[in-house]
Design a protein around this ligand. Sequence first.
Ligand code: NAP
Length: 293
Amino acid sequence: MRLIDGKKIAKKIKSEIAKEVAVIIDNDERAPHLVAVLVGEDAASQTYVESKERACSSVGMTSSAYKHPSNITENELLDIVDFLNKDDEVDGFIVQLPLPDHIDENKILERIDPKKDVDGFHPVNVGRMVLGLPSYVSATPQGIMMLLERSNIGTQSKQVVVVGRSNIVGTPISILLSRKAENANATVTICHSRTKNLKELCASADILIAAIGVCEFIKEDMVKEGAVVIDVGMHRLKSEETKSGFKLKGDVAFDEVSKKCSYITPVPGGVGPMTIVSLIQNTLKAYKKEIYS
Ligand code: NAP
């Protein structure tokens, strides 16, 4: 079994991005700029935004966080989106989810200019992705595609099983892998909570992608000998064994599954670091007007 070291791959991609940003700055041009809009005090959201800011500064990009109280109205938030859409000094921005219940998430996401939608959640970007047109692809599926590519794991003609059909992970990764493209061309089965014979389907996969949100759901008897296993899950569990008082686990029972597969992503250090790198990669694409000229 070989570990797919997401941390190492993410570091390499970050150094490639940093080199490009250094050239931009050497040419006396402004650095690419990512803005994160944060509503409320949700601790996990604050941590995500902070790690995005750290990732930006580590490659020389500018980042700003627009923080707002949870009682901000939907119209006020729409005005902020309009402002960022027009600000020429902002290349891309994200609105950190989840939003408070009184705000319609779809309404906010649809107001973002697709050209600045570096999270790839706008229907225009999702539609373009489905059609195989240049688009911003959401960070986690884009990160998984890069993990596979950079680990030289071929997908052509492979049987891929994706467990989970969310709009941000399961559905887009299924579409990306089944596309008629050099780094795709897989035969993809997408599973969910109503799927029958889930165990058998998973055990038939050459590449199994777990995006379920249930801690250690994928057990050894659901995995084919020699399969590639990508664990998207992220669960913060209390632990007395660690200094921080918690440890991270995935959707895959790593200890038992890792003995059986050819490649596996660890949690932490697998898909997670790639997600943030994809976001800063999209910000650089926005700066260079690579998707929409
Ligand atoms: P989600 O929106 O909750 O979707 C979960 C999917 O799993 C749904 O499609 C659901 O089916 C399916 N599912 C749930 N229980 C199932 C079961 N018993 N059998 C078969 N399918 C089942 O989750 P998500 O946003 O995609 O996230 C999935 C996991 O990835 C979470 O642990 C999340 O924290 C993690 N995550 C990590 C990153 C990262 O950067 N590493 C990024 C995003 C998410 P139905 O559609 O039928 O309900």
